[in-house]
Write a new protein. Structure first.
Length: 417
């Protein structure tokens, strides 16, 4: 197969991370306390994270969706305000999202090459890799994937995701599509055509009603519907108020659902090592798949956890112990307990809080959670849960600072842990 060359091209030996479990998330008490996690959310550099997973998962992951930086050389901010006017960006409350900036193209291609090579090793023999990019680098990525998958690999599709939206371009046609490249290790890959069928266009149905010869001798099953073409229209998340988290470059749930339903089965393992807002993990959980997802950005991991708190899937929250992890202190937090109701009392701008009602001092098991409403911004300050002899509250502010509180039911008060 042809290969692409750049300055510094190499595949260094894997350098594993040192993963530790931070918590187990039981959404709304689901499976508490004994259910084992079916998903993993990991905070860490994905190159080190994937290296760590190789001994356990090499050749075992059924579907990998990769949505890396696009080589835009831009800095993306996350919206952390709620109830703001989307038409007035100058008034948005922002925080750091992630950087997509590079010294040069060689640096970017090396970044992509190292990670895709390890993803290839994780992929099951019948698994599929979807790589999501746009015009900045998709041509280079196609050659990298051709090299990694080799002559025995299968190039399945070049999918065009098209969408609408404003554009500042005045010297060319508006760029309103992304490219998703799908590859498999061999021709026996999973593809569930019936899981992604969609209705035929009404014009097609009317045409066949008027003439049985409309399909040049082929008569489709109009009731069953059709397998989608390799161009897809889904609105961007900016137009989907019910999905918006504020995280930049968030992908729509319908896009990931089509990929997951088509290229995996229930009980399979789905991975996304550029987690972002967590859409892949959320849709995998909702459709009975196991998942592994990671990101280097604390903001991304926090956003993903918020969304997973609404899914029926027990999640292991992990991090690389080599990363700095600070738990801030504050005298502005108190908690009160009355008749199995825990009330949070704080002047901090809380984005998410959770309770382990039987805290053992080591393994935090989150059995109840509350988070800000995506549009209105309000957050419940009361959670109904029966507290044991000792409990623990963890919370995250809008600014991303973390706090932890030890609570005792007999005192109706909380002290800093």
């Amino acid at each position: 197969m042809p290969s692409l060359h750049w300055k510094g091209k190499t595949l260094p030996p894997p350098q594993p991370a040192s993963l530790i479990r931070k918590a187990i998330l039981h959404p709304n008490g689901f499976g508490y306390p004994d259910a084992q996690p079916t998903g993993r959310l990991i905070h860490g550099n994905n190159l080190a994270v994937i290296s760590t997973l190789l001994p356990e998962y090499e050749g075992k992951i059924n579907l990998i969706y990769a949505d890396p930086p696009f080589f835009t050389n831009r800095k993306f901010s996350a919206r952390i305000g709620r109830g703001e006017d989307s038409r007035k960006p100058d008034e948005w409350k922002l925080a750091e999202g992630y950087q997509d900036s590079w010294t040069d193209l060689d640096e970017y291609l090396q970044f992509l090459y190292e990670r895709l090579a390890l993803m290839y090793r994780l992929l099951a023999p019948n698994g599929t890799l979807y790589l999501h990019l746009d015009w900045h680098a998709d041509a280079y990525a196609r050659l990298i994937l051709d090299e990694l998958f080799g002559s025995e690999g299968v190039f399945i599709n070049e999918i065009i995701w098209t969408y609408h939206g404003p554009s500042p371009i005045r010297t060319a046609f508006n760029r309103k599509h992304d490219t998703i490249l799908s590859f498999a290790k061999n021709k026996d890959y999973v593809f569930n055509a019936d899981a992604v069928r969609e209705p035929y266009n009404p014009n097609t149905i009317n045409t066949f009603k008027s003439s049985r010869k409309a399909g040049f001798g082929k008569i489709p099953d109009l009731e069953r519907g059709k397998v989608p073409e390799d161009w897809w229209y889904f609105p961007v998340v900016a137009r989907l108020h019910g999905e918006r988290t504020g995280y930049p470059t968030q992908k729509p749930e319908a896009l990931l659902e089509r990929i997951i339903l088509a290229s995996s089965n229930k009980g399979d393992t789905v991975a996304d090592f550029f987690c972002g807002s967590g859409t892949t993990a959320v849709i995998a959980a909702k459709n009975g798949r196991k998942f592994i997802t990671s990101d280097i950005s604390p903001r991304a991991v926090h956003t993903a956890r918020n969304r997973l708190a609404e899914a029926q899937s027990v999640v292991s929250i992990e991090r690389d112990s080599n990363l700095k992890h600070a738990v801030a202190e504050s005298h502005k937090i108190k908690a009160h307990i009355e008749r199995d109701v825990v009330r949070l009392d704080t002047s901090l701008d809380v984005d998410f809080w959770e309770i382990d009602p039987n805290w053992d001092g080591e393994n935090f098991k989150s059995a109840a959670q509350a988070q800000r409403h995506r549009r209105g911004g309000e957050i419940p300050l009361e959670l109904k849960i029966k507290i044991g002899r000792k409990a623990c509250i963890r919370l995250v502010t809008v600014q991303g600072k973390e706090f932890q509180l030890n609570i005792q039911p007999i005192s109706h008060a909380a002290n800093r842990f």
